[in-house]
Design a protein around this ligand. Structure first.
Ligand code: PNS
Length: 159
């Protein structure tokens, strides 16, 4: 069974990686799908994000990284995926995630959303939190991979 793990991943965090690892143990194949979102200006380019994710997940042979535009369920159909994986950190995520899952279900009844609860140690972690800490020179080594930490420090070193 193929699962899609969609998101912005700007940048990938250890929380994302935790979900990818656990998803890769549940499904035959996990496709980490990075949304090309014309409404958002990301910190990292699509190419940078794809490389960061590929390197972070290189030890997981059944994980693939790709990019998509438009609806996630359309992309899922294209890749013959039956599952969308989303991580749930706290109750505050739940409302938005449930709305998204219901919306996707009305668009594609053959695709299920599977929620994985984020490991406790990452329950506070998000890409935006990481970006903010890095912007103000805080320690991020425990939140992202070494490669992403270097990229973030470089991005903000002149600010
Ligand atoms: O990492 P994010 O930003 O929380 O991911 C959100 C994402 C990319 C999963 C969501 O915005 C999405 O699926 N966008 C594609 C458009 C779509 O399918 N919309 C219908 C579901 S609400």
């Amino acid at each position: 069974m193929i699962a899609i793990y969609p998101g912005s991943f700007d940048p990938i965090t250890l929380g994302h990686l935790d979900i990818i690892k656990r998803g890769s143990q549940l499904f035959d194949r996990v496709i980490v799908a990075v949304l090309k979102n014309p409404n958002k200006t990301p910190l990292f380019t699509m190419e940078e994000r794809l490389t960061q994710i590929s390197k972070a997940a290189q030890h997981l042979p059944n994980v693939e990284v790709d990019t998509f535009t438009g609806l996630t369920v359309t992309y899922a159909h294209l890749r013959q995926a039956k599952v969308l994986i989303r991580g749930l950190r706290a109750v505050s995520d739940f409302e938005m995630e449930l709305q998204m899952a219901h919306t996707n279900k009305t668009l594609a009844n053959d695709i299920e959303t599977v929620f994985l609860s984020t490991s406790n140690e990452y329950s506070f972690l998000s890409s935006s939190v990481v970006r903010e800490i890095a912007r103000f020179g805080g320690e991020i080594g425990h939140l992202v991979t070494a490669e992403v930490a270097i990229a973030l420090r470089q991005r903000f070193q002149n600010i």
